[in-house]
Design a protein around this ligand. Structure first.
Ligand code: MN
Length: 387
């Protein structure tokens, strides 16, 4: 399979992407000093899907915050340098043809190094929803490394600020959690690095449905069309994107659980409070003029980042058995997880039923499927309903 053709170069840094959004009228810059508690999140949510937001001096902090940077699927295609129709095949091609990262010695993300960090002082961390337990790092890519194979993993983990050097996180039983269990059985902490202020394609790659020991940063490199430049952390040997904005370095502590939550999650319901994993923070590094990124739980940006990699995986899965499948879509009404539209060139009666069974097997989240003919626009729920 060859990569689909593209006319635009992919975007490789958050700041280049923000400059592009600004130059095309899609970045709203607010007045300075918008409140970090609820106010900032409410403004970002109001503009969700229409314009990205940039908040100068949020809560008086010197580091600005951005949100809603990839809240439309056409924007994500644009960041990839392809048309919306080419986006899923392009993502799948990158997932199947990852590019190893390139380690560099000097990195913009380590221009400022804080070795006695204080999360409240050093970063502007918002409190998003009315019933959230407090401030959360909501758009951090957590990088960890397998104690067995040395391969890295990337995942977005919601992170509650529990103290100046303490974070609580929700870890589902996936790759990071697997690495942690290996370390914890030996009574050891697991080093982690939380990357804040990533480019759109690294954010998207972090959500790839990739096998264990596939470093998602290598998928980001493939999407960007260059080996992703990475730099070694100051307090561990983890490799983090050199051109990102901020990195929080720390350790997931063995045998420690503390209360975390509630937090407003992707279905627009709260995830409840429970005793969960704890990270102790060792250092914070950042660019000189760093930009902090946050995601509103359940907003378009959150749904798009989860939905598009899933669509790419489901499409590839179905096409292996059913070449008549032309496209798939996880619509926002099903929070880009639970409902699936499939477009097919039907060849025989009964085939749609088989395709549905295949799709239900493709991902446990899928609860509702509609199959339509080729002439229906599956990105328009009204057209699908009409059909
Ligand atoms: Mn993974």
């Amino acid at each position: 399979m060859t990569a689909p053709r593209s006319n635009l170069a992919p975007f490789t840094t958050l700041r280049d992407w923000l400059a592009h959004l600004a130059s095309t009228g899609r970045l709203a810059v607010t007045r300075p000093n918008v409140g970090l508690k609820h106010e900032l999140s409410a403004i970002a949510k109001r503009l969700d899907g229409e314009r990205a937001t940039l908040f100068p001096s949020p809560g008086g902090h010197s580091i600005p915050i951005t949100s809603g940077i990839v809240s439309d699927r056409r924007w994500i295609a644009e960041a990839m340098g392809v048309t919306p129709a080419e986006m899923l095949p392009r993502f799948e091609h990158a997932a199947n043809n990852p590019l190893p990262c390139q380690e560099v010695a000097d990195a913009p993300v380590q221009a400022v190094v804080e070795t006695d960090p204080d999360l409240y002082r050093d970063l502007p961390i918002p409190t998003h929803n009315e019933h959230d337990s407090g401030p959360y790092i909501a758009a951090g890519l957590m990088i960890s490394k397998s104690p067995e194979t040395g391969r890295q993993n990337v995942a977005i983990i919601r992170l509650q600020v529990s103290g100046p050097k303490r974070l609580g996180g929700l870890f589902l039983p996936r790759h990071t959690h697997h690495f942690y269990e290996i370390a914890e059985r030996k009574g050891e902490a697991l080093h982690v690095a939380i990357v804040i202020g990533s480019d759109p394609l690294t954010l998207l790659s972090s959500q790839a449905i990739a096998p264990l020991d596939q470093d998602e940063l290598e998928i980001a490199g493939a999407l960007q069309g260059r080996p992703l430049p990475v730099v070694r952390c100051k307090t561990s040997d983890l490799l983090v994107p050199a051109e990102s904005e901020c990195v929080v370095e720390g350790r997931m502590l063995p045998k420690v659980r503390e209360p975390e939550g509630p937090f407003g999650e992707f279905p627009q319901y709260y995830g409840p409070r429970a005793d969960r994993h704890v990270i102790e923070v060792d250092a914070i590094t950042r660019r000189e003029d760093a930009i902090f990124h946050t995601i509103n739980g359940g907003g378009r940006e959150h749904l798009m980042l989860g939905g598009i990699p899933r669509e790419a995986t489901i499409l590839a899965h179905l096409r292996r058995t059913f070449p008549g499948v032309k496209d798939v879509h996880l619509p926002p009404g099903g929070v880009c997880r639970y409902h699936l539209y499939i477009k097919i060139a039907k060849r025989a009666d009964g085939e749609p039923k088989n395709i549905m069974m295949g799709a239900f097997a493709a991902h446990y989240d899928i609860k509702h499927i509609v199959i339509v003919d080729e002439d229906v626009d599956i990105h328009d729920p009204e057209k699908v309903e009409w059909a």
